[in-house]
Design a protein around this ligand. Structure first.
Ligand code: FES
Length: 169
């Protein structure tokens, strides 16, 4: 989607009021996979909000990203419940696997992100891989997921939904 098309999409979907800033950013990220500079400028133009303010919003929420992600996105929760149940070890395991794979870039296959809460605190520690939640995540599971992605041949677009794997409490 180029800037002209994005302008058109925003005009069709969002009234030109600043209260639509977050919905518009979420929409654009859903469409583009991230929020490149031209998209931030276009949202600001549409909503009459300075680009600096749009950039501030885009960088203040952990679910929004201005960097282009890898083909797969792994998020590890480091919120309190998860921190008390071994999240740091899970995070370290994923980080090590991603680093071994070359990270993003140059490998461009897995993007690792931390999250303040993935809203599944009852099954902490929790990680999310391409939208699928994994409760009571283990180190083996974390390593295995990244290794699986490294060797996967399918190029499923990032953000595409997968079946949730949160265990029943
Ligand atoms: S603190 Fe980790 S899911 Fe809520």
């Amino acid at each position: 989607m180029n800037q002209r098309e994005l302008r058109q999409q925003l005009m069709e979907r969002f009234p030109r009021e600043r209260r639509y800033l977050l919905p518009a950013l979420h929409y654009v990220q859903h469409e583009l996979g991230h929020l490149p500079e031209f998209a931030l400028q276009t949202v600001g133009w549409h909503l009459h909000i300075p680009a600096s303010e749009v950039f501030g919003a885009a960088t203040s929420y952990s679910e929004l990203r201005i960097e282009k992600p890898g083909a797969h996105i792994v998020r590890v929760c480091t919120g309190l419940a998860c921190a008390l149940n071994g999240a740091q070890a899970v995070l370290d395991a994923v980080r090590h696997e991603v680093a071994t794979a070359g990270g993003t870039p140059p490998d461009d296959s897995v993007t690792l992100e931390e999250s303040p809460c993935l809203f599944a605190c009852g099954v902490a520690p929790v990680m999310e891989a391409d939208g699928a939640l994994h409760g009571r995540a283990t180190l083996e599971q974390a390593r295995g997921l990244v290794a699986e992605y490294r060797h996967a041949q399918d190029e499923r677009p990032s953000g595409a939904p997968m079946e949730s794997r949160v265990p029943k409490t």
